[in-house]
Design a binder for this molecule. Structure first.
Ligand code: AMP
Ligand code: MG
Length: 473
């Protein structure tokens, strides 16, 4: 038996989901099973097989459902989204006591599919596998990837592409948009039930507060602020920070047209559908704050007698929590374990110098770290064609006080660079999974130098640069 299920979401009233079996696929075949993750979350990987992971066969104890949610997409309200191509099989409790969802993504149509085919391409699935597992290895809160199977079917996107199913693991799949779904329907009973469920599952300490829903909202706001700060510190751009892609648990969820930036520029956008730059690197805190204000509004009916005041006070926590995580984290990147006003200025000036010359974000901090160890900053200075500004910055940053061990802990050597992911997808579409395995292996130890994989540190050559990531989902 692969899973020992205990399905708390399926015990909520019927208006939280629809019972839904996956649609069987023609010829399921295993591409990857994440054995270390299986062990960590209490799944018996030996009992997993292609039929189960494709949804052709239901494992014992599964109660397959598609969950309901709404959301603001690029600021526009959509009262009904829901799992249009994902099915929650059930929940497992790991040896660490943590409850996690086991979800099949790309498993066929549901009542929420609208015009979609309910499927996912192998390319999008491998992208999510690589990036979410890289995020986990970097130490950021994220959904995980337990397995990939191909379906043996071709699906239509830009042309025909191989279909695949991802087995996704999350502390839950509850989103800001899940609360919005019931708020829009004036279903205050459901709002309270969902809040109780979230508190028990993710924020048990809130249960003891005078106003548990307010305490829950406070905790969610702070986690979102910290999450976005941590994305920015590794150069991550989510790409589709819609309220339906904002997880209540504080995990990164729904890897679509996301990317890690190569050259640093604060206004960087990759997503081909983000034409206004709404979800640009430096706009992410504002957008997360906006999502939190939508959550606060949705919680209004269960937030207490003076919901507006409660909401305002909760939202006021965002900015200080973000700044502390962002500037504290940035200070660590330059070897300082404090967050002072002076350091904030130093960090801001560094970002300006980097943006002006569009230096590679990851390589800059990599070279800065090795520079501190060697007491030689030739490599890092060589990244600037006009070294005046950075030379001036160097006179203000006291490298003798920089903590090299701290820098090594926070500055990744390897990130899932876009051109590498594209290379993996191209090969996989031709049946060659070797590049996928190799990149995955490199990214599993992102903070360690790996001389045999040094080429994976490199920025893309001009002809390798990926200009845009497509939803292609
Ligand atoms: P996303 O922006 O990818 O997180 O998805 C937004 C909404 O579209 C969600 O309700 C998804 O379930 C749905 N969706 C995305 N792709 C498909 C698809 N291929 N078939 C059905 N629904 C989809
Ligand atoms: Mg989504």
């Amino acid at each position: 038996m692969p899973f020992t299920f205990d399905n708390s979401y399926a015990r909520l009233p019927k208006r939280f989901y629809s019972n839904q079996l996956p649609t069987p696929v023609a010829a399921p075949s295993v591409v990857k099973i994440n054995h270390p993750l299986a062990t960590q979350i209490g799944v018996n990987a030996d009992a997993l097989n292609a039929a189960i992971l494709a949804g052709n066969e239901m494992p014992e104890g599964a109660e397959p459902i598609a969950t309901a949610y709404a959301g603001h997409q690029f600021g526009g309200w959509n009262p009904q989204l829901g799992d249009g191509r994902a099915i929650l099989l059930g929940e497992v409790i790991g040896p660490d006591g943590v409850r996690r969802d086991i979800q099949l993504k790309g498993s066929g149509q549901t009542m929420f599919s609208r015009n979609g085919d309910g499927r996912a391409t192998l390319g999008a699935v491998l992208r999510e596998y690589l990036v979410s597992e890289a995020m986990a290895a970097l130490g950021l809160p994220t959904t995980r990837a337990l397995a990939v199977v191909t379906t043996g079917e071709q699906i239509m996107r830009d042309g025909y592409e191989p279909g695949a199913v991802l087995t996704r693991v999350a502390q839950s799949h509850i989103r800001v948009g899940t609360f919005q779904f019931y708020f829009a329907r004036k279903d205050n009973e459901a709002l309270q039930l969902l809040a109780d469920h979230v508190i028990a599952r993710h924020y048990p300490e809130a249960a003891n507060a005078d106003n548990p829903v307010r305490a829950m909202l406070d905790a969610i706001v702070v986690r979102q602020a910290e999450l976005v700060a941590r994305w920015m510190l590794v150069g991550f751009i989510h790409g589709v920070m819609n309220t339906d892609n904002s997880a209540i648990s504080g995990e990164t969820i729904d890897y679509g047209p996301c990317a890690f930036m190569d050259v640093f520029h604060p206004e960087t956008v990759f997503s081909s559908i983000d034409r206004q730059g709404r979800y640009a690197w430096n706009n992410q805190p504002e957008m997360a704050h906006w999502n939190m204000s939508q959550l606060a509004q949705a919680l209004g009916p269960v937030l207490g007698d003076d919901a507006e005041t409660e909401a305002k006070a909760a939202l006021a926590l965002f900015s200080p929590a973000f700044s502390k995580a962002f500037y504290g984290g940035f200070a660590a990147k330059i070897g300082m374990d404090q967050d002072t006003a002076e350091l904030r200025v130093l960090v801001t000036d560094l970002m300006e110098a980097m943006a002006q010359e569009r230096v590679d974000f990851t390589l800059f901090f990599r070279h800065l770290t090795t520079g501190v160890k060697a007491g030689d900053f030739t490599d890092v200075k060589a990244m600037f064609t006009n070294p005046e500004q950075i030379t001036a910055w160097f006179t203000r940053w006291d490298h003798t006080k920089a903590n090299a061990a701290l820098m090594q802990k926070v500055n990744p050597v390897f990130i899932p660079r876009n051109h590498r992911i594209e290379e993996v997808i191209k090969a996989a579409n031709k049946g060659d999974l070797e590049p996928f395995e190799r990149l995955h292996s490199v990214l599993s130890r992102p903070y360690e130098a790996q001389p045999e994989n040094a080429e994976y540190e490199n920025a893309p050559k001009p002809e390798e640069i990926v200009q845009a990531t497509f939803c292609g989902t």
